[in-house]
Design a protein around this ligand. Structure first.
Ligand code: ATP
Ligand code: MG
Length: 317
């Protein structure tokens, strides 16, 4: 079985239990939950049964232990995760507004996550892997960009593949050199996983059909576009496959895209037909939004099979 590796931020998420605006007064909180887009991604890959590992850095504190224990328990190879004795584990405080948008307070760049480096253990993990997944959120500093670019070089030099979820927050696009880094990563990825409008981040075209053709011509082997509660579509040079979302109650959308991506990449690396891979990925995204907490809705293959069987039984009755 092919082994997936990812590089990036490991955080705890602490969320307000009440909707409203921001954190400018006292609110009730729930957490810490293990989090960080690449950490959620790799945890879902492990739950699905894929061989996988992560490169990152946590502090020598409970927030770090909470993450390491969860990842290890779920089957992630944590040999590439360093523990820094001085800096605290990264964190994200989140509060939902009435309209479903979110306010965040992040501590990432100046936390242990910002110290992520390609240590000897991290290099050994990458060299023992077949596929690297890159999350746009992980490109939060020039040092992180260098780690990711070196990771891509190591994976590609042994004939491995790369997937890329651009997943950039709007405010990150102003970071010096970030656009150039995104472009460099995009040009080396085999599988591109944008959400909605991110399809146009690297295309001159302004219509969906032209943007897809342009991206496939640039060397990307397949594109999977995530469209939230509308489902997702898959495109390669030979086929287009659409999959509607499953009808579920959205409790917490955080982590849907990460779980979706991990399940899709795992299926793709197993050589599954695109329609089957997409069905599993869409089911994985649906199960993720049903649970509160970013990583709490990660699913095993058996859970996805039973979810899909129940959903199709429901739609027939
Ligand atoms: P994130 O907010 O984690 O970055 P994303 O924007 O990358 O997510 P989404 O499109 O929100 O990705 O979600 C990924 C997939 O999860 C969707 O394509 C869909 O299949 C599924 N999904 C997301 N939201 C819902 C929902 N409300 N109901 C059912 N399925 C959903
Ligand atoms: Mg979303």
């Amino acid at each position: 079985m092919k082994k997936i590796v990812t590089i990036g931020e490991i955080l705890v998420e602490i969320m307000s239990t009440e909707r409203g605006n921001g954190f400018i007064g006292p609110v009730s909180l729930v957490g810490p939950f293990p989090s960080g887009a690449p950490a959620i991604f790799i945890d879902q890959a492990a739950r699905f049964g894929q061989s996988c590992g992560m490169v990152g850095c946590v502090g020598a504190d409970d927030f770090g232990r909470l993450n390491l224990e969860r990842l290890k328990q779920d089957g992630v190879d944590i040999s590439g995760i360093a523990i820094d004795p001085e800096y605290a584990t990264g964190s994200a405080f989140v509060r939902y507004r009435e309209d479903g948008s979110r306010d965040f307070v992040f501590n990432i760049k100046h936390s242990a996550a910002g110290l992520t480096a390609l240590t000897d253990a991290a290099r050994a993990l990458i060299e023992g892997s077949d596929h690297l997944h890159v999350m746009g959120t992980s490109l939060f500093s020039p040092k992180m960009v260098d780690c990711v670019l070196e990771g891509i070089r190591l994976i590609k030099s042994k004939g491995g593949s790369v997937s890329f979820d651009p997943n950039v927050r709007a405010e990150m696009l102003d970071l010096p050199g970030l656009r150039q880094a995104l472009e460099t990563i995009f040009l080396q990825c085999d599988l591109f996983l944008p959400s909605g409008r991110e399809l146009y981040l690297f295309a001159k075209a302004t219509t969906e059909r032209e943007a897809i053709a342009e991206i496939l011509k640039s060397g990307v082997r397949a594109i999977v576009i995530k469209n939230g509660s509308e489902g997702a579509t898959y495109h390669d040079c030979a086929t287009t496959v659409r999959q509607r979302a499953f009808d579920v109650e959205e409790v917490d959308p955080t982590g849907a895209g990460d779980c979706f991506g991990a399940t899709f990449v795992s299926c793709w690396l197993r050589g599954m037909a695109p329609a089957d891979a997409l069905r599993y990925a869409v089911a994985s995204g649906a199960r993720a939004v049903e649970k509160q907490g970013p990583m709490e809705g990660a699913s095993s293959l058996a859970e996805l099979d039973s979810f899909i069987a129940n959903a199709s039984a429901g739609s027939r009755s």
